[in-house]
Design a protein around this ligand. Structure first.
Ligand code: NAP
Length: 262
């Protein structure tokens, strides 16, 4: 599929860091889907501002793609404020920072894990979107792409901390579509199934064996697979809004059903 931007979507703007290129912000760009998305958007001609807590990783990527690396903790309002103050203009926001912590039943729910998931996925998306919406609208062709999950569409046992956070994040995102109808801004929800990134390692507190088992016997999506889809959505003509894209490995039918060959 071609990801060539339509000329109607490309407005020239001035940004000290990015020259006349369209400006994209990618949160959680220090690994996985976010890093792959930053690379793809840069290849499509965007100047990409990358945010995450592990800033040294971002700096390496910024050097590679000619982007800007800025420290960002989406759970800390002051950090979001400082980040946004350094983004003079914004055409595309990819709300990608997020993840899961633990697996436990509702009866055994760990409140600290819930707080982490809700702060990162839900309030993080709220903070970045709210802060950048004026700049996105002002750009004349803004676009918010939020990485939710199949966990935003389904529930599964021992996953309610994550599924509830992803449902809430998706609800926030989908609400914006109506609230900004008539404004020059698009909203795309990206809902992936299994993607092999650091996601499961984070979820299982660094237990790499347990993380690897999630993807064993099947071919998961790669971060690049998801980034391709994000870049495709972000480079359609200004009048085309891809509302929701669900992508899963062929080996995965739902959040709880996968075909494992071994
Ligand atoms: P990943 O490799 O663990 O990447 C997560 C990214 O989020 C990292 O760059 C991390 O950066 C960032 N992040 C976490 N907490 C943050 C915070 N407080 N402030 C700023 N950045 C923060 O996992 P991934 O799979 O690429 O996940 C990206 C998104 O895809 C998440 O929203 C996840 O829920 C979603 N998703 C993943 C899958 C999957 O199977 N992998 C499936 C569906 C949806 P720092 O640690 O450096 O801050």
């Amino acid at each position: 599929m071609s990801t060539t931007p339509d000329s109607t979507t490309t407005s020239t703007t001035r940004n000290p860091a990015g020259g006349n290129r369209r400006q994209a912000v990618v949160t959680g760009a220090s690994s996985g889907i976010g890093a792959a998305t930053a690379r793809k958007l840069a290849a499509e001609g965007f100047h990409v501002v990358m945010g995450a807590r592990r800033v040294e990783r971002l700096e390496r990527l910024a050097e590679e793609i000619g982007g800007t690396a800025l420290e960002l903790d989406v759970t800390v309002p002051e950090s979001v404020e400082a980040f946004v103050a350094r983004v003079p203009e914004c055409h595309v926001l990819v709300n990608n920072a997020g993840g899961a912590k633990g697996t436990s039943s509702v009866a055994n729910a760990d409140e600290d894990e819930w707080r982490w998931m809700w702060e990162t996925n839900v309030l993080g998306t709220l903070r970045l979107t709210r802060a950048l919406l004026p700049k996105l609208i002002e750009s004349g062709d803004g676009h918010v792409l939020t990485v939710t999950s199949v966990a935003a569409l389904e529930t599964y046992d021992n996953g309610s901390g994550y599924t509830s956070a992803k449902h809430a994040q998706a609800t926030l995102h989908r609400t914006l579509r109506g609230e900004h109808l008539g404004d020059p801004v698009r909203f795309t929800e990206i809902a992936p199934g299994m993607v092999e990134t650091e996601f499961s390692e984070v979820r299982f507190g660094g237990d790499t064996e347990r993380a690897a088992a999630v993807y064993s016997g099947l071919t998961p999506l790669s971060a690049d697979d998801v980034a391709d889809v994000i870049a495709f959505a972000a480079t359609r003509p200004a009048h085309v809004n891809l509302d929701q894209i669900v992508l899963k490995p062929r080996d995965q039918a739902s959040a709880t059903r996968a075909n494992r060959r071994s």
